[in-house]
Design a protein around this ligand. Structure first.
Ligand code: PGA
Length: 265
């Protein structure tokens, strides 16, 4: 794992924007901004908002384009229709899609407004494979170490499926709902196997409330009790965090030295 420690949440957003723009060849002047399509995995939650604002700003400045991007979001709540302001469909529309030039037909979010949720999850996994797999997956992380809605105990090789949310996740997300009763109990989420199949991963975390889970993810054992720890097996996973989220890492000085040395190559 590559660990990049930033001074502030704003710097996390800038670094994530720079890394993703380069990796996906989004820059309008870039020679890789050809007709070739790249597949981008997207996340919701508070953490990626700074990155999305950076993308929007640079798109408005004419620097980057999403014309050749196909996107797949990590997850969607069950029982929340797409037009509901609490849905991840609505979140993505408001916070990213309507501000950039991605083609609506190229955006994908798990469908939960249907009768057969397991079939919908299976179809989503197939759609990702048919698009050629995910080139770059953006991830946030839950306070108990979930990525997507892969809660503790998730199979480390799971595919897209219906998952029950833990009470901690429901409490963490209750701030977006009028009452705890309204917080959904289930979601369709990409699996840990789906995420691990992405060619590159950018995990973002900010704030001291993420410090324990970042320590467990980076320095703890690989365990289904901390689902994000599976990323230790990924050949190209970068963790971009602020100083607060990095504050419980035992080997912080070493990670900083690694980055300095990499920059000098
Ligand atoms: P947050 O959520 O970015 O709102 O902290 C992260 C997550 O639950 O994956």
């Amino acid at each position: 794992m590559r660990i990049v420690v930033c001074e502030s949440p704003d710097q996390v957003a800038m670094v994530a924007a720079d890394e993703s723009i380069e990796y996906l060849g989004l820059a309008c002047s870039s020679s890789s901004q050809s007709q070739e399509t790249s597949v981008l995995g997207l996340a919701t939650g508070s953490t990626p908002l700074g990155l999305y604002q950076q993308w929007i700003k640079r798109h408005r400045a004419g620097e980057i384009s999403f014309r050749n991007i196909v996107s797949f979001n990590l997850d969607e709540y069950c029982g929340v229709p797409p037009e509901d302001p609490q849905s991840y469909h609505y979140f993505m529309q408001e916070n990213l899609f309507k501000h950039i030039d991605i083609l609506p037909l190229n955006t994908h979010i798990p469908k939960t407004d249907c009768q057969d949720l397991p079939a919908s999850a299976e179809a989503y996994e197939i759609a990702i494979a048919q698009a050629g797999g995910i080139d770059l997956q953006i991830l946030g992380i839950g306070t108990e170490g979930h990525i997507g809605f892969n809660e503790l105990g998730s199979s480390l090789s799971s595919a897209t499926r219906v998952k029950t949310l833990t009470s901690k996740t429901r409490q963490d997300n209750a701030r977006f709902f009028a009452s705890m009763d309204q917080v959904p109990k289930m979601a369709i989420t990409m699996g840990l196997g789906t995420i691990m199949n992405a060619r590159a991963i950018l995990l973002l975390a900010t704030g001291v409330h993420k410090a324990d889970t970042i320590r467990d993810t980076v320095e703890g054992p690989v365990t289904a009790m901390v689902p994000a720890s599976i990323l230790q097996f990924h050949p190209n996973a970068t963790v971009v965090i602020d100083q607060a989220a990095a504050s419980k890492l035992a080997h912080l000085d070493y990670y900083l030295e690694c980055e300095r040395n990499q920059q000098s190559l």
